[in-house]
Write a protein that binds this ligand. Structure first.
Ligand code: 5BU
Length: 264
């Protein structure tokens, strides 16, 4: 199956190369799953990626929560992710002014050199996107920025008015791959998709086959409903990495998400 056949307008309207790359990988793997690999040791991360690599399209990291992080270990992990043909997405949630966000893409973690996608708030204004893209450019790479238009956590302060402004600015910006939407609330997602239109992506955390409240204010909605409502990628963490059989459950999330895209 060709990506254009399943992704329709999202494929034909895509401008940023990273958008097409994601849709190609997702089509090839028949999976819209991004694994939120929130484990604290290099060995358990590696083990997890090797187990579920075939069933996911992207790997989401929090580089600063790993206890035994080292540059060599991280490089090895990224190499394994590439062998599984995964996009690497650092969920850094940059929020500072453009030039500082740019500097934070280097530093000890050197996020610009291995990430394909990063998250950012637009709270400091639109120049943050230029800052992040210019960091990638300095190492001859081009990535995609996902702007937080909504969040999945209870009581978050991203109001509808704020979200509308993020979308209004973000859809005009070349370096923006798309938006983070709240996977736990399909109705909110539908509204977001209407505002975003057909060009940019929506990726959604807060999804789990077991719908309901999670730990510390996290909320979960159905991954199938999220895709039907307009999500292009479901971000699943504990639903996979805390399951006793991560590869089997990742396969189920993959099938669910792919079926939802076909149904959409
Ligand atoms: P979970 O275990 O499926 O709840 O993990 C969710 C992941 O998505 C975790 O890495 C969060 O940092 C991330 N996340 C989120 O849960 N909600 C949000 O609004 C954003 C990111 Br943005």
């Amino acid at each position: 199956m060709q990506p254009g056949e399943v992704w329709g307008n999202r494929w034909s309207n895509a401008v940023l190369p990273m958008a097409r790359r994601y849709m190609e990988v997702a089509t090839q793997k028949q999976s819209l799953v991004c694994l939120a690999a929130d484990r604290n040791t290099m060995s358990s991360l590696l083990e997890l990626i090797n187990e579920v690599g075939p069933y996911i399209a992207a790997l989401k990291t929090h580089v600063d929560l790993v206890d035994d992080w080292s540059p060599e270990g991280w490089k090895a992990l990224c190499d394994v992710a590439k062998q599984h043909n995964l996009l690497i997405f650092e969920d850094r949630k940059f929020a500072d002014i453009g030039k500082i966000s740019k500097s934070q893409m280097s530093g000890i973690y050197d996020i610009r050199s291995w990430s394909d996608i990063v998250t950012a708030h637009l709270i400091s204004g639109p120049d943050i996107v230029d800052g992040l893209q210019s960091a990638w450019k300095d190492v001859n790479r081009e990535g995609g920025v996902l702007l937080l238009a909504q969040m999945s956590s209870r009581g978050n302060l991203l109001t509808e008015e704020y979200s509308e402004k993020v979308v209004e600015k973000g859809i005009q910006s070349h370096g923006v791959l798309g938006f983070i939407g709240n996977g736990s609330r399909p109705d909110e997602l539908k509204d977001l998709r209407q505002r975003v239109g057909e060009q940019k992506m929506i990726w959604t955390p807060g999804v789990n086959i077991a719908v309901g409240d999670g730990e510390m204010g996290q909320r979960y909605g159905s991954p199938y409903d999220a895709v039907i409502a307009g999500s292009d990628c479901i971000i699943v963490g504990s639903g996979i990495h805390r399951n006793e059989n991560p590869s089997e459950i990742a396969k189920q999330y993959a099938q669910l998400s792919w079926q939802a895209l076909l149904d959409r």
